[in-house]
Design a protein around this ligand. Structure first.
Ligand code: HEM
Length: 517
């Protein structure tokens, strides 16, 4: 048919050898070109995290297959070359699709859901805000926030109370991102009401929507009578009112300061992204500014919390990794707060986090929609296809990883490069890849390094006796089903003998300092 010859010519132009094409297109070519198809039922997926059954289907059907749910169908991609094509080489042919529809109510046209010209303009405006000097300032913020958490854990250790670490990490990263994005002190480690509750209401709603097969929230009357929807509207209004006042306060500061705007512009009192954006000329009344701030709040909160949760879970199962990690932290940091220089030196810490992100990628799938016809893995596809790139499958693919299921930070030698999507050729996508790659990758990596280093220096962590089994469920990120309940104990740090002299001197010199050995 005309289509087949068109396709053949297209492939020929792409450099596919004519001989191969002749073989391919002779006889029953339909079979050759049809994407393998798996049919599913929503019931089969059930309560299980939806990306889990996709793994077995990947082993059966390969790096690209079609999953059919009644009238709906999705292409599931688990092949690094196809992922690279969609995310990087031909990224212009893809939009955020369903994701943009689901998140519209909270992110509007913020950077994550936005497409086309809006995305490009905002990417160019927002990325410069996360410059080197900003990230360096954030290290102090990570230290202070983690230090507050350490104090909390210290009293739990004294009282012999077990701690649910997942919610603790969620609060830690909320405190950090609030300050980092718009200079707001959620103080959620100690305070649980009002705005903090509103943020969680909105997050839970976003997760529910991404899981729900029927968009009840779009039904006009339902919106007004459903108690849940009413609660969401009230929460959104509270957050937006707070945002408005934060923007107003920040604008005043910007107007009063003498500082000239330049490339590494930063106000020392308020290094926030909001401050940078207003100083760079963003309009205070702009809805886009609010959308981008909300987007960064959510993007930088849940993901970072999930990374810490799964890292501590994995560490609790591998005491040898934990010991090696503690050894590195003791020798690099001693008793100091981590600094920017330490980020390079804490190599094993950084590998532990990379390996945690391999096993538990956040989010576990990337969502796209084709906006032009294309060819994926040799199969022609039409515009309008909804695509899930399963980062979970890529990261656990037996084709690319030795012992894919095992938590083994040693798979990346310390004298080699930090693993990323480029040096792993899209088999590893902790922060995505191509033009839509995460803008907070360095921020997030340093945040995790600081938090992990400071916590394991001071405490040992074990699964609490009688803790519920740790199983997975999904929203935007991978959550545990029933929390991560741990017993936290102060470390007896026999290993830092060289430090002892200093510690004793401190204790003698300052009666307030109590020995922690
Ligand atoms: C995009 C992961 C932290 C802001 C992404 C993407 C991934 C990702 C995989 C690509 C999404 C896609 O292609 O569909 C993570 C992880 C984090 C993290 C694992 C923590 C460990 C942060 C932080 C911020 C942030 C702290 C904000 C400062 C963004 C934004 C985008 C994005 C704005 C959209 C970029 C664009 O489309 O141009 N992130 N992220 N992320 N992330 Fe992150």
């Amino acid at each position: 048919s005309g289509f087949v010859s068109l396709l053949r010519n297209g492939l020929l132009k792409l450099g596919v050898p004519g001989k191969l094409l002749d073989d391919l297109f002779s006889g029953t070519n339909d079979k050759v070109l049809k994407i393998p198809q798996a049919s599913g039922s929503l019931a089969a997926v059930g309560a299980q995290a939806f990306f889990i059954p996709l793994y077995d289907l990947f082993l059966t059907y390969g790096g690209i297959f079609r999953l059919v749910f009644g009238p709906k169908s999705f292409l599931i991609v688990s092949d690094p070359a196809i992922a690279k094509h969609i995310l990087r080489d031909n990224s212009k042919s893809y939009s955020k699709g369903i994701l943009a529809e689901i998140l519209e109510f909270v992110m509007g046209t913020g950077l994550i859901p936005a497409d086309g010209d809006i995305w490009l303009a905002r990417r160019r405006t927002v990325v410069p805000a996360l410059h080197q000097k900003y990230v360096a300032a954030m290290i102090h913020l990570f230290c202070n926030a983690t230090n507050r958490l350490c104090q909390k854990l210290d009293s739990a250790a004294s009282n012999g109370e077990d701690v649910e670490m997942e919610s603790i990490f969620s609060r830690l990263t909320l405190d950090i991102i609030g300050k980092a994005v718009f200079n707001y002190e959620f103080d959620s480690l100690t305070n649980d009401t009002g705005i903090v509750e509103a943020v969680y209401t909105v997050l839970r709603e976003a997760e529910m929507r991404s899981m729900s097969p029927i968009p009840t929230w779009e039904i006009p009357i339902w919106k007004d009578i459903s108690p849940r929807q009413r609660k969401v509207s009230i929460a959104l209004k509270l957050i937006n009112d707070n945002l408005d006042s934060l923007i107003a306060i920040c604008k005043k500061m910007v107007d009063q300061e003498e500082l000239q705007f330049h490339e590494e512009y930063m106000n020392e009192q308020d290094p926030s992204i909001l401050h940078f954006l207003l100083a760079s000329g963003d309009d205070v009344s702009s809805k886009q500014l609010r959308d981008d701030l909300m987007t960064m709040l959510i993007a930088g909160h849940e993901t970072s919390a999930a990374v810490l949760t799964w890292t501590f879970y994995l560490l609790s199962k591998e005491p040898a990794v934990m010991s090696k990690l503690q050894e590195e932290v003791d020798s690099v940091l001693g008793d100091r707060f981590p600094t920017m220089e330490d980020m390079k030196k804490l190599k094993y810490t950084s590998r532990v986090i990379s390996e945690s992100l391999r096993l538990y990628p956040q989010p576990p799938v990337l969502i796209r929609r084709s906006i032009k016809d294309d060819v994926l893995g040799g199969y022609p596809i039409k515009r309008g296809e909804d695509i899930f790139i399963s980062v979970w499958n890529l990261h656990r693919s037996p084709n690319h990883w030795a012992e894919p299921e095992s938590f083994n930070p040693e798979r990346w030698p310390l004298d080699g490069p930090n693993p990323n999507e480029i040096n792993q050729n899209f088999s590893y996508l902790p922060f995505g890849g191509g033009p839509r790659k995460c803008i907070g990758d360095m921020f997030a990596s340093f945040e995790a390094i600081v938090a992990v280093a400071m916590l394991v220096r001071q405490f040992d962590f074990h699964m609490a006796p009688g803790a519920p089994p740790v199983e997975m469920t999904t929203g935007a990120t991978i959550h545990t089903t029933e929390g991560l309940k741990m017993t936290v104990t102060r470390r007896t740090r026999a290993s830092i003998i060289p430090d002892l002299g200093v510690r004793i001197a401190q204790v003698i010199g300052d009666p307030e300092v109590k020995p922690s050995l």
